[in-house]
Design a protein around this ligand. Structure first.
Ligand code: PEP
Ligand code: MN
Length: 339
């Protein structure tokens, strides 16, 4: 439920509505716009809806609008203007397309530093790299753990690139939060509710990947966990959904990106590496993502993909990444003209 206060509502009237929302068994969520205040009443257990609806006649209230989606805080019905997530001096969700790049896994100091220097020179604004790796097989490389986080930090200090790295479980959360600028929730963990709840109270932006079998609404409800837990700094990431086609690792759901942007005010980045699984397709998928309105990209890059310990076949080498970056300009101009 959304309570639209009138432009002339006083602080006292706003506070009264906030108190009444609580008394009705809901959580109030204030958005103070330039002209008026909007208050979301977020369902907590089973609130008393008819009492809430009666607030329509409370002083200072202009209207009460029932929300048509199962989510509230991420919804554009509550907040039509787009959220911009700030990471140091970088803004995700603003006019600039932000490219995050780096290896699938941190493998060694040399590998990461070479990648970090190369992607920075080509125009990447943030560095990715997994230290805790969710692998389909328990026999595959599982990541360097805290040692990998330390290497990421050193690369960040040298290049100035903020770090995006995955947190796999609540048990690693404190370690990852100590080193990461952005906490990545991997596709396999999109519905790990204990993890999402904990991340709600961590003072770090979260990159929330879409589960390979998740609908757009399930993805947005996962983001709702983070916002309702108190963390407004969430970036969504489309990384492909399950496909029947054995020649593609996943299917890049571009319409899902457009739908998520229509329903939700959070910024969205696209991962063309996991979405395709093939390095030859990554630049085209990246351009398509930008053309449809993605706010950024997260791309896997390795100095020598044939030696990569994970996801080599979908990793660009440094010259291919630089070429892809140059090829994005037209898509960026097209998207800017369309918005
Ligand atoms: C990754 O970013 O390397 C990764 C494991 O991604 P996803 O969770 O999308 O599979
Ligand atoms: Mn990967």
């Amino acid at each position: 439920m959304i309570v639209n206060m009138s432009a002339s509502a006083t602080e006292e009237e706003i506070n009264h509505v906030v108190e009444r929302i609580k008394e009705c068994g809901y959580l109030p969520h204030l958005i103070r716009g330039a002209e008026r205040t909007v208050i979301g009443a977020v369902g907590k257990n089973r609130g008393r809806r008819s009492e809430l609806e009666a607030l329509r006649v409370a002083p200072g209230v202009e209207d009460i609008i029932p929300i048509s989606q199962p989510f509230t805080l991420v919804s554009r019905e509550l907040q039509p203007q787009r959220t911009v997530v700030r990471v140091k001096d970088i803004a995700i969700g603003g006019p600039e397309v932000v490219v995050i790049a780096g290896p699938c896994s941190v493998e060694s100091r040399e590998q990461l530093l070479e990648t970090a220097r190369g992607v920075k020179a080509a125009g990447a604004k943030m560095l990715r790299g997994g230290a805790f790796k969710p692998r389909t097989s328990p026999y595959e490389f599982q990541g360097l753990g805290v040692e990998g986080l330390k290497i990421l930090k050193d690369a960040s200090k040298e290049t100035g690139l903020p770090i995006v790295t995955e947190v796999m479980g609540v048990e690693d959360l404190d370690d990852v939060a100590e080193y990461a600028d952005v906490m990545q929730v991997g596709a396999r963990n999109m519905q790990n509710y204990p993890l999402l709840r904990r991340l709600g109270s961590v003072p770090r932006p979260v990159l929330l990947k879409r589960g390979p079998g998740a609908t757009v609404k399930e993805w947005l409800l996962a983001a709702e966990y983070l916002l309702s837990g108190g963390n407004p700094n969430v970036v969504l990431c489309e990384r492909g959904i399950k496909t029947f086609d054995p020649d593609l690792r996943n299917a890049l759901d571009l319409a899902g990106v457009a739908l998520a942007k229509e329903l939700c005010h959070l910024p969205i980045v696209v991962d063309p590496s996991h979405a395709t699984g093939r390095r030859s397709l990554v630049p085209a998928a990246a351009r398509a993502a930008i053309a449809i309105g993605a706010d950024g990209l997260i791309v896997e890059v390795h100095p020598c993909p044939e030696r990569a310990l994970s996801d080599g076949p979908q990793s660009l080498d440094l010259p291919a990444f630089a070429a892809m970056m140059t090829s994005l300009d037209r898509a960026i101009a097209l998207a800017a003209a369309a918005s």
